[in-house]
Design a binder for this molecule. Structure first.
Ligand SMILES: [Zn+2]
Ligand SMILES: [Zn+2]
Length: 275
């Protein structure tokens, strides 16, 4: 099934150091699949790490930033009337570095800013070494800290959409029973800030093989009136709009009846297309 009428609001270009394909091919793939919009959302330069620790395989370098903004703007002009190409950013939230982040966010007129928590308790929560962290540090403490940071991220007001809401499950690490209080604080913070969440097919391509967020959490988010949008976290043109035959029914099953899009950070609400 084609993802007709839905946006793909999370797409990476070669600049992030771990994606491939010409940016134009991502847009062409979005048109071919009947998407309504595509947002480029490369990773903000790793402002919260010391310059020597900013791995160019994880996020764009500072000197690539202007070229990124220029390229997305020029694609938006080129494809005007065929598909909306949005200028976005996947911005890491790092506690204590809010001023630096707000400096980056002021550098361009974004259509949408994604808020991501990848850096948890001094290291990545989603890097290949993460499963060993779960063994060493314990799933409960990592999950608790992750949701604490996610709640803080939402309440900064910096972000339009929170990404991969239950990211710590990426390699299959879980807490039983789930830390509902910690989750609920992040959900309440998102609702209070008017922050949306993405329903992302990326987790289906990861060891956990599950959509972000899982149905139990998405149901709570929808019940709390947190708006949703759709994304693939594509790192190649073939992944644009990927997995929507599963994410759309997932959203409906969790009770969602609408999704949101963004232009210049203004939110528009649309009815979910039929299955
Ligand atoms: Zn991410
Ligand atoms: Zn991403």
């Amino acid at each position: 099934m084609l993802p007709a009428g839905l946006p793909d609001y999370h797409v990476h270009t070669f600049r992030c150091g771990h994606a491939g394909g010409a940016s134009r091919e991502f847009v062409e793939a979005a048109i071919a699949r009947g998407l309504s919009e595509i947002a480029f959302t490369d990773h903000v330069p790793l402002y919260f790490l010391a310059p020597g620790k900013r791995d160019p395989k994880l996020a764009m370098r500072e000197d690539q930033f202007e070229g990124y903004v220029e390229e997305v703007r020029s694609l938006a002009r080129e494809f005007e009337g065929r598909i909306a190409v949005r200028l976005g950013l996947e911005a890491d939230y790092a506690e204590g570095f809010e001023n630096a982040l707000s400096g980056w966010l002021a550098k361009a007129e974004w259509d949408l800013v994604l808020g991501s928590v990848h850096w948890v308790a001094g290291d990545w929560i989603d890097a290949p070494g993460a499963p060993r962290r779960f063994e060493r540090e314990g799933a409960e403490s990592l999950y608790r800290e992750y949701y604490r940071l996610l709640a803080l991220a939402a309440s900064t007001g910096f972000f339009d959409v929170l990404t991969h809401f239950d990211l710590p499950k990426k390699f299959g690490n879980r807490v039983f029973p789930p830390l509902e209080e910690a989750e609920d604080r992040a959900i309440a913070a998102a609702a209070a800030a008017g922050c949306a969440v993405e329903v992302s097919s990326a987790g289906l391509r990861k060891p956990v093989a599950e959509i972000y967020p899982e149905e139990r959490l998405l149901r709570k988010l929808v019940a709390a009136d947190v708006p949703i949008t759709f994304s693939s976290d594509a790192h190649a043109p073939a992944e644009v709009g990927w997995g929507y035959d599963r994410t759309l029914p997932h959203a409906r099953k969790a009770g969602a009846r609408a999704f949101v899009t963004f232009e210049k950070r203004r939110k528009a609400v649309h009815a979910l297309p039929p299955l």
